[in-house]
Design a protein around this ligand. Sequence first.
Ligand code: NI
Length: 197
Amino acid sequence: MNASDKRSLILPAAAFLVGLLALVTAIFIVVGPGERSGGGGIGGAFTLVSQSGNKVSDKDFAGTPFLVFFGFTHCPDVCPTTLYETSEVLRALGNNADKLKVAFITVDPERDTPEALKNYLGSFDPRIVGLTGSQEEIDRVTRAYRAYYRKVPLKDGSYTMDHTALVYLMDKRGNFVGSFNVKRTPQEAAKELTRYL
Ligand code: NI
């Protein structure tokens, strides 16, 4: 094979690669980052109990976008901060807040009974649904959301929980849109949410 033969092969190969790159870019633009993560398998079925003692399942969230995050009422910092920030976002949404649901799912069902959740959530927006259940039910929902949690013993004999601090934004079909940023002004966060209502 001489040099000109090699060139005649390189050109079509280069054209093919450019075409492939264009195709991949086009797919990315059409599908978009939200849809891609929606296919990531985050979220799913659950049946839990609310702070009012009512049975609540994923079906109660169908047709409504929702924010969901995991925590526990003895949490020293992250959970109360997130609950406060989320309450501020709901306030900033005004009437639109009725088109959104918010769930706080405990990773500490041992201490977080419906009554404990009710007392704790009394300091935050009343539209936030606190959810608890059996250890098996909590394990199932955390697996579905790929949330991490771990019991950490303390010196005084009690314990605390390590847990995923992510706020999940789920769309009307229950697909994961992405991690929702509450570390900004409630107005900015509310503005982003209105796109999904
Ligand atoms: Ni926490």
